[in-house]
Design a protein around this ligand. Structure first.
Ligand code: VG1
Ligand code: CO
Length: 543
């Protein structure tokens, strides 16, 4: 193996967003673009040398080429062993688990999550550190800094690797082990949930449908739901991973998962209808005639978790991202465990998980997971729900209803204004921010404003501070409006407006969220002057 030093010039746009670096495929295909970023990681993380590194992706277009390039760069940078999922596939949670299980020094996850794929779609890379969690803010900044100064990268001449054969191959002194992408993950799930009980539940004829959206979770769902839990093969929809995700948009929400909503609300609906996203870290949960909002899902799972095998010791604490509904706060209070509020992005949960302070975490963006991994985990959430259904013998609607009657209901909606011109999106943030100063004590849509500020986070474990993490108007426990700009888009700017309203009167538990939240939507529009500044009369996406 001959190592080459290849001269390169920096690209100045390799700043990772909320979760990794995401760009159009064409951007990643520019000469040395991917190599520059990978080498910048190696330059900032010397621990990778002589260690094990995990690699895999969500199977999208450019995945195999990227893995080959990464193997070459890893070999030239002195990595001892690369462990890669067969076919180049690993869901994000499975990769996080492998990193942890193998004691790897890190992992490269080739994914742009739920963003569409194909030659005209998006590509991306997440770098996860030892332990399995995403690189934190500090390291991410250093990598970005290195990418702006890079002048050379190291690679080897030819990488000849068969990604489809489960064997150990040699690339110079480096070992490349191609592993079954599901096995370790499936074992982990078996250690957390009551598979016998879930099998019985399915055997008794309770219907289940899981949509893998032609992305990473297909093989996982096939092995776990069909082969291990005995669900009929038809229970898994779109189970074969495709490079373009079948032309779809693997974002499990009310818009891109509308066919699932129709299924759940239609005649003879299955008891549980679910989906995950491109890289398998998000989840959507529906039952007969009901959609479970992600904030409710977090709260309900937290309340039930101690009854599931992997969590019998009880909960240490619950964490949620700031915009996520405060339904989990009620459960934490009732269970007498701490509740942590962090900025958007899973990386902010990792220190809390590592230090054993929380057991379950969630985000409103269809992300839920527990201390079993350092990433959100779509299939985990589906199995947790399945286990709760099997354990209680109740329906999803009954479980949600009981929860609301006990804790009250947090109506929640997120309004996304996508592909805005950057300055227009900034102008809305400015307008909203400008209105915060004199809001306190005033009445907003019938609620009294108790706090209006910009959210910042002080991580007590590593002392880091994250500022500018979203603008919020809080009306006590009653209501909230939050505004922030997305950090995952690849086209223009996306403005996210989050609305939340709490009701505990038994007669107010079954409103339509859009009706319950209409006054807050109007208030947000007014404070941010959204229509005037963006020319948009309505959001592009409501979830
Ligand atoms: C979005 C979500 C955030 C999530 C992130 C990555 O970020 O809001 O909650 O952690 O995507 O999820 P943003 O900055 O666009 O709002 V994934 O499934 O893309 O890894
Ligand atoms: Co994802």
């Amino acid at each position: 193996m001959s190592i080459r030093e290849i001269t390169t010039k920096p690209y100045l746009d390799q700043k990772p967003g909320t979760a990794g670096l995401r760009k159009k495929v064409a951007v990643f295909q520019q000469p040395h673009y991917l190599e520059n970023f990978l080498q910048s990681i190696f330059d900032c993380v010397p621990e990778l040398k002589g260690a094990t590194v995990v690699m895999g992706g969500d199977g999208r277009y450019h995945n195999r080429d990227a893995i080959r390039a990464a193997i070459g760069i890893a070999a030239a940078n002195g990595v001892a062993r690369v462990v890669v999922g067969q076919g180049g596939l690993l869901s994000t949670p499975a990769a996080a688990h492998l990193i942890r299980k193998l004691g790897a020094a890190g992992g490269f996850l080739f994914t742009a999550s739920h963003n569409p794929a194909g030659p005209d779609g998006d590509f991306g890379i997440k770098f996860n550190v030892a332990g399995g969690g995403q690189a934190g803010e500090g390291l991410t900044e250093r990598i970005y800094g290195a990418s702006k100064r890079i002048t050379r990268y190291r690679s080897i001449d030819e990488v000849e690797i068969d990604l489809d054969r489960r064997t150990t191959q040699q690339v110079g002194p480096m070992q490349v082990e191609v592993v079954d992408c599901v096995e370790d993950y499936a074992q982990l799930m078996q250690s957390l949930f009551d598979f016998d009980r879930m099998r019985d539940w399915i055997k008794r004829g309770n219907g289940l449908r899981f949509d893998a959206m032609h992305a990473a979770t297909g093989p996982y769902a096939q092995r776990i739901l069909v082969e291990q839990l005995g669900a009929p093969p038809a229970a898994v929809l779109n189970g074969s991973p495709l490079e373009d995700f079948g032309g779809g948009h693997p974002d499990p929400n009310l818009v891109h998962g509308q066919h699932l909503v129709e299924l759940a609300f239609g005649e003879g609906a299955p008891q549980l209808v679910a989906a995950s996203d491109g890289d398998g870290d998000r989840n959507m949960i529906l039952g007969r005639g009901i959609f479970v909002s992600p904030g409710d899902s977090l709260a309900i799972l937290a309340a039930h978790l101690p009854r599931l095998p992997g969590y019998r010791d009880g909960l240490k604490g619950i964490a949620r991202s700031m915009p996520t509904s405060r339904a989990a706060d009620r459960v934490a209070a009732a269970m007498n465990v701490p509740l942590f509020e962090t900025p958007t992005g899973w990386k902010f949960f990792c220190n809390l998980l590592d230090s054993g302070q929380v057991t379950i975490c969630g985000e409103e963006s269809f992300g839920t997971s527990s201390a079993h991994a350092r990433e959100k985990d779509g299939l985990w959430a589906v199995l947790a729900w399945l286990n709760v259904l099997a354990l209680t013998g109740k329906t999803v609607a009954e479980i949600a209803d009981e929860h609301w009657r006990r804790h009250g209901r947090h109506y929640f909606q997120r309004l996304d204004y996508e592909e805005l011109a950057g300055p227009a999106a900034e102008a809305v943030m400015q307008a909203f921010s400008g209105s915060l100063a004199n809001l306190q004590g005033r009445t907003l849509a019938d609620f009294e404003v108790t706090l209006a500020d910009e959210f910042g986070y002080h991580d007590r474990i590593d002392g880091s501070v994250a500022v500018g993490q979203g603008l919020r108007v809080v009306c006590g426990d009653q209501a909230r409006i939050v505004m922030r700009l997305s950090g995952t888009g690849t086209k223009g700017a996306t403005l996210r407006v989050y609305l939340e309203r709490y009701e505990r009167d038994p007669t107010a538990l079954h409103w339509r969220p859009e009706d319950a939240l209409a006054p807050l939507a109007a208030a947000a529009e007014k404070l941010g002057r959204i229509g005037e500044l963006t020319g948009r009369r309505a959001p592009t996406l409501v979830t």
